[in-house]
Design a protein around this ligand. Structure first.
Ligand SMILES: [Fe+2]
Ligand SMILES: [Fe+2]
Length: 279
């Protein structure tokens, strides 16, 4: 099982740059082309929110067009704080699960060796996230239906503090409630999010939390209080979640652009890792 996770594409209308400097449409197209050229191909692609920059219909049109052009496998999407739920649902109604629930973009993907519970952590008109009582009830019910199958939750806002104060001010606000619920469901192995535009790993209870890097711009690393976060054009990246031969789930970070190489691992003759040669 191979799952590609793209996050925070921030797609704009044709010809527009995000935050005046980021050619997010170009970055999104390159990342999608990269996924399309992967060998082996991912079984599915998940998109963990902030598909668009402003949630405008024209932005979704562009996003849907790009997804259609490059992705032949099933695509599972959830919204982020830069999305508008109504426009998101209208544009992606053809994608599995998007309109399954009348109120939120929340659904379960059951046909992979690892179960995916896709959740909607958006609070309209706000940067932070929340899983309200209704959404937590959906999650509880979804997890209770398959207590023994390894499961990954996918939503936009990270449920953990990162030490970066500006990011932490817009996290998933009711992380404590989510943590309490997860205590009943030990099969939840991973929580996959985006939102912070940096690759960060932590934990909520027993579940490993992985924040994916952005396909668009990254957030400049800043662990100091009272400093506004700034964007930086560090390399565009995405994640590949792989079920390895021992049954575990591992996550690889994949950079979209090419770098010099590959070069062979040429080592010196006195490299200590050489097997001992017979005398
Ligand atoms: Fe974002
Ligand atoms: Fe976000």
């Amino acid at each position: 099982m191979l799952i590609a996770q793209l996050s925070d594409l921030h797609i704009c209308e044709r010809g527009r740059a995000a935050a005046r400097v980021v050619e997010t449409n170009m970055l999104a197209e390159r990342a999608l082309a990269h996924v399309a050229a992967l060998n082996p191909q991912p079984d599915v692609v998940i998109v963990s929110g902030d598909v668009t920059e402003n949630g405008r219909p024209g932005e979704y049109e562009m996003a849907a067009q790009l997804f259609r052009r490059y992705l032949t496998m099933p695509v599972y999407v959830v919204p982020g704080n830069h999305d508008r739920r109504d426009n998101f649902r209208a544009a992606f109604a053809h994608l599995p699960g998007v309109t399954a629930d009348p109120d939120f973009v929340q659904y379960v993907v059951d046909d992979l060796p690892v179960r995916l519970v896709m959740l909607d952590s958006v609070v309209p008109e706000a940067g932070h996230g929340l899983l309200c009582a209704k959404r937590l009830a959906f999650l509880d019910q979804a997890l209770s239906a398959a207590p023994h199958k390894p499961t990954m939750l996918v939503f936009h806002h990270p449920p953990m503090l990162t030490g970066a104060p500006d990011m932490d001010s817009i996290w998933l606000q009711n992380t404590t409630e989510l943590g309490a619920l997860l205590q009943k469901h030990p099969q939840v192995e991973r929580i996959l999010t985006g939102h912070h535009h940096r690759n960060i790993v932590g934990r909520l209870g027993h579940a490993i939390v992985i924040i994916a890097p952005a396909v668009a711009h990254q957030t400049d690393l800043c662990l100091l209080p009272d400093i506004e976060a700034q964007l930086v054009l560090e390399p565009s990246a995405y994640h590949l979640h792989l079920q390895s031969a021992d049954g575990g789930i591992v996550t690889h970070t994949v950079y979209v652009e090419r770098f010099p190489g590959p070069f062979p691992f040429v080592v010196d003759p006195d490299y200590p890792g050489y097997p001992t040669k017979p005398a």
